[in-house]
Design a protein around this ligand. Sequence first.
Ligand SMILES: C[S@@+](CC[C@H](N)C(=O)[O-])C[C@H]1O[C@@H](n2cnc3c(N)ncnc32)[C@H](O)[C@@H]1O
Length: 335
Amino acid sequence: MTDIDPAEQPEHGADQPEHQPFSRVRVSFAYRLLRGTKPEVDEVDRLIEKCTTVDQLRRQLVTDAGARLHGLFQESIQLRFLKAPAPQVEVDVPGPVLERLLGRVESVWRGFGENDPFWSVLTRFKPAGAAVDRAAFYATGRKRVEFLAAALARNGVDIASLPVCFELGAGVGRLTAWLAERFERVIAADISSAHLDVAAKELSARGKTNVAFLRVATMAELEGAPPFDVFFSIISLQHSPPPVIKRVLEILLAKLNPGGVAYFQLPTLIPEQRFAADTYMPPTSPREQMETFAVPQKVLFQLFDALGLKVLEVREDNQCGPHKLSNCFLLQKPR
Ligand SMILES: C[S@@+](CC[C@H](N)C(=O)[O-])C[C@H]1O[C@@H](n2cnc3c(N)ncnc32)[C@H](O)[C@@H]1O
């Protein structure tokens, strides 16, 4: 509500230039009505100058306010990241602990794959229990692979010089279907055999014969993966505890052929998150079992360094909503 009654105000004030349809009073009234505060004189003049129709004035007032709110929201989110303390995230644990953590991820994701695989890949696109529009679902993968191609082109990497792509966390093949169009061979790897079964059926229905499927549910299975030219992974690594993410990256990135690239997404900062293997209590309710973890950039940069990988790009990609900082990395192994 506002305390100005427009009925008491003249339609055209003495202050109104002839070519303008609005009086200062009317613009002030609209401003106070929509924004809840009194405008500065300069602001009223700016609006009178800029707007010649009621629609323009309304848009100006509403859009400006929206943009300002959006800016404030972004700023408060950024502050969370900018003021975050040192992350308390354990990334190095003994081998048996790693196997135990990995085993748990396998059983959770195989369960998702057996019960509702499409929901487990895109929970918003395909709500739990709902029917899936398969064509629309698989179509969502196209742009991700276009982003990969664009990142390579932007960095002067010739995609045609990279025959074999290894996709980690291929899920039901949403992205694999598009990777298979770009690369001579794709190795679609996943921790869950249930997801891989769905992916294999889909790729075969699409007549794709250049895709091999590989389960990577133990450290030995990961170590056994063949070398490749491209490592690709989107919204997959994030579902494993930090020590698993680090070790998986360590094993797989070492398999890049000279000149090869890694393009993958990973959250790097969730300010309130702590991880210690000793005290980690995996959630028991199915909804909470889809956990998201971050690995600090410092840990990742040390790893890239140790493996002799060159960082070509790091971009914030908003894959995990505003409260988790997600990055997309592009790395290259020198020839
Ligand atoms: C949210 S889905 C995303 C699938 C696919 N990347 C996409 O975007 O369509 C996550 C997938 O990662 C797999 N996954 C989770 N942790 C993994 C790990 N440590 N190694 C390999 N795959 C993993 C899951 O089984 C699941 O298929």
